[in-house]
Ligand binder design. Structure first.
Ligand code: KIV
Length: 279
């Protein structure tokens, strides 16, 4: 049995830290699930790290459904949350409910969407049809970067008060948790102490109830952007390039494939074949 939204809420009550990691495919999803991560997030960051876009803006519902289906085939124990991509929930509440439903049918247990007070009504409507929602405030990659670029949020008193109000309204609207992206650590701590549902930080300090990282950042295999907040636990880019270079070299010098990598005919059959073709 996999984790439920209620299990995640209980973790805050029991003062247990929540671990979240992004996953977009079967292989990585199954390894992260096996490692015992609490939440697998099919983030729209897939647009950047899997599809090579510069931002998350071009990501479509069809793409998110495909990534979600792949991870859902892998997950056994973690909760599975999937992102609603840009413009899949902002135009109308009907759109938001319909597209949330598509992600649930693709295998997600809950959806995540970006936005503060302006999204409260939409969140409430999704929750009302029975679909759990994770909020996402602070830096909102789908829109903040259009006006401000990648900038830490909540550095002034007024910005901090707005974030605290956003968090309270999202809780009121029924979210089961809130992602806080690049929020100053003081504000992230205040929010985490103010609301009852767990906060999941990314670049928002240790005062959050849990942490999320993009799996490629953690494994050191996406070099286009190296965020200050991401800790690299491996340097896979280097290892992968080395491995592929060695493979190429082995092919060129004839050491791959070796006997253990190929298949043979039965000796008798081979003899008969040689007789027939005269070789
Ligand atoms: O898309 C994503 O990966 C996210 C996390 C960074 C929170 O939204």
């Amino acid at each position: 049995m996999h984790k439920t939204v209620q299990d995640i809420i209980n973790m805050k009550r029991d003062e247990k830290k929540i671990s979240v990691i992004t996953s977009y495919d079967y292989t990585i999803g199954s390894l992260c699930d096996k490692a015992g991560i609490d939440i697998l997030l099919v983030g729209d960051s897939a647009g950047m790290v899997m599809l090579g876009y510069d931002t998350t803006i071009p990501v479509t519902m069809d793409q998110m459904c495909m990534f979600t289906e792949a991870v859902s085939r892998a997950r056994e124990k973690s909760l599975l949350v999937a992102d609603l991509p840009f413009m899949s929930y902002q135009v109308s509440i009907d759109d938001a409910i319909r597209n949330s439903g598509r992600l649930i049918k693709a295998g997600a247990d809950a959806v995540k969407l970006e936005g503060g007070t302006t999204m409260a009504e939409t969140i409430s409507a999704i929750v009302d049809v029975g679909i759990p929602v994770m909020g996402h405030i602070g830096l909102q990659p789908q829109t903040t970067i259009l006006s401000q670029g990648y900038k830490v949020q909540g550095k002034t008193k007024d910005a901090a008060l707005k974030l605290i109000e956003d968090a309270k309204e999202l809780e009121e609207a029924g979210v089961f948790s809130i992602a806080l992206e690049m929020v100053s650590h003081e504000v992230a701590e205040i929010i985490s102490e103010t609301i009852r549902v767990p906060t999941i930080g990314i670049g928002s300090g240790v005062g959050c109830n849990g942490q999320v990282l993009v799996v490629q950042d953690l494994l050191g295999m996406y070099d286009k952007i190296k965020p200050k907040f991401a800790k690299r636990y491996l340097n896979l880019s280097e290892d992968i390039v080395n491995a592929v270079e060695n493979y190429k070299k082995d092919i060129e010098i004839g050491t791959f494939p070796a006997k253990e990598n190929w298949f043979s005919m039965d000796d008798n059959e081979l003899k008969k074949l040689r007789e027939e073709i005269g070789r």
